[in-house]
Design a protein around this ligand. Structure first.
Ligand code: PMP
Length: 466
């Protein structure tokens, strides 16, 4: 009896947070009209490892690592302790003209682990920003400004990939190709050139992913030739176009793209904001093609998912291109919280966990379990594709289980799947009609089995009436 009263009280608490929230908050990436009836709002009180716990005591497996940020579980004690320690000594200081140990040590660490390519000068300098989109802006501006400092005024364009995504700020949106985010703002965006995506899902019948990659690279070559001398950089998401629906490609594309960039004197910007730090099976996705970019954008998992921070790694050559007596030639880009000590301390703690816990090795095991659990979905009547790169698995849902017949978007299949999964204790947030698993690395096998069961139910329920 007492328990019941307690339950009732907690549930009221969750409802209270829901209504207080909707009275004052405007949520990201949400048609607010869908709250609360179409889309349940989940007030979360705390996180425990791979799980989120609501104010009503309900537990949800965070199958999407809270927008791909979380690596080692929520409220990870070592990261929490590092933040607390740092907060009691130096919470923040301006990074123009000042320095501090966490920013220096993190930069040293990142440069030591960054992708390396034999015969290429290593990444040697780190510029901080405070979120992924801002990091992308930094990389784009750096590439553009470097050529300008050299007097190459005609190099003003960027090439990006079809179906790519690099963030929501105006510069990052300009090199993104997802209509849902881009369309409305198109009149505000600088013109970018889009090269064909190497996406293996787009393979013609009988075409291998490597052949698809080389066909896409031919399109890139053509674009570079047509705009010779006008391009400053190619930006891409190595191995997985995440927001574009977890579309995956053959690593050979990265090598071909690297060679083409070199041949045309164009910088390669690798946006590893989502795929970096072990998501694809290696610490960085670029490693799988033995490719080193000229500019590497990192964020999301950089702090283990605890605090916002971005880092852009670049070469000595690019850095040197800004050294001059004139301030005009300096890279004056700045954010108030550049190199925030709390975020840097969290990132250092996260790096320590990679080393102490043998994370990449453990993930290999977890990815194998994910593969085993995902494989049977290929037989489902509404699953056109099951794909995996490391710790990312995606299921492409279509009307007839083939690639030619997508569901009518009005059927909101993804939304139905989301609601079904939430009702069964899993936070799965599909990208359109693509469901995916991208759990924190600490997820255990029992949780993965539950994830597979709940996903099966979600797909069955969502596709039953579509
Ligand atoms: N680049 C990629 C590849 C991303 O996936 C994202 C975020 N989903 C961003 C950039 C933007 O990062 P943020 O949301 O921190 O601005």
């Amino acid at each position: 009896m007492q328990d019941k009263t307690h339950d009732a009280m907690i549930i009221t608490d969750a409802d209270a947070w829901r209504s207080r929230d909707l009275a004052v908050l405007w949520h990201p990436c949400t048609q607010m009209r869908e709250h609360p009836d179409t889309l349940p709002l989940l007030p979360i009180e705390r996180g425990e490892g791979a799980w989120l716990v609501g104010y009503d005591g309900r537990r949800y497996l965070d199958a999407i690592s809270s927008w791909w940020t979380n690596l080692f579980g929520h409220a990870e004690p070592r990261i929490a302790a590092a933040i607390a320690r740092q907060a009691s000594t130096l919470e923040h200081v301006i990074l123009a003209g000042c320095s501090h140990a966490p920013a220096v040590e993190l930069a040293e660490r990142l440069l030591a682990i960054a992708p390396r390519e034999a015969g290429r000068e290593p990444l040697a300098k780190v510029f901080y920003a405070d979120n992924g989109s801002a990091g992308v802006e930094v990389a784009l501006k750096m590439a553009f400004h470097w050529f300008r400092n050299r007097g190459e005024m005609q190099r003003t364009k960027f090439i990006a990939l079809e179906n790519g995504y690099h963030g929501e700020t105006i510069g990052a949106l300009a090199v993104g190709d997802i209509p849902l985010y881009r369309r409305v703002y198109a009149p505000l965006l600088a013109e970018a050139l889009f090269a064909p995506s190497p996406d293996s899902y787009l393979c013609e019948p009988g075409e291998s992913p490597a052949q698809r990659a080389s066909r896409a690279a031919a399109g890139l070559r053509e674009l570079l030739e047509r705009h010779a001398g006008e391009i400053c950089a190619l930006i891409l998401e190595p191995l997985v176009q995440c927001a574009g629906g977890m579309r995956m490609h053959d690593p050979s594309y990265l090598r071909l793209a690297r060679e083409l960039c070199d041949a045309h004197g164009v910088f390669l910007i690798a946006d590893e904001i989502a795929v970096g730090f072990g998501r694809t099976g290696t610490l960085f996705a670029s490693e799988q093609a033995g490719v080193q970019p000229d500019l590497l954008c990192l964020s999301k998992g950089l702090t283990g998912g605890s605090l916002p921070l971005a880092a852009v790694l670049t070469t000595q050559r690019i850095y040197d291109g800004f050294l001059d007596d004139s301030r005009d030639r300096a890279f004056l880009h700045s954010h108030s919280y550049t190199g925030n000590p709390l975020a840097c301390a969290a990132a250092l703690a996260a790096q320590g966990i990679f080393e102490s816990d043998g994370v990449i090795e453990r993930n290999r095991n977890t990815a194998a379990v994910m593969r085993e659990l995902a494989q049977p979905f290929a037989e489902h009547a509404h699953v056109a594709d099951v794909r995996q790169t490391g710790m990312i698995v995606a299921f492409e849902l279509t009307k007839n289980g083939d690639k030619r017949t997508p569901f009518d978007p009005a059927a909101r299949v993804g939304l139905h799947a989301y609601r079904s999964a939430v009702a069964n204790g899993v936070l799965l947030r599909p990208l359109g009609d693509i469901l995916y698993w991208m759990p924190p690395y600490c997820v255990d096998h029992a949780a993965l089995r539950q994830l597979a069961q709940v996903t099966r139910i979600a797909i069955d329920e969502a596709t039953a009436c579509a």
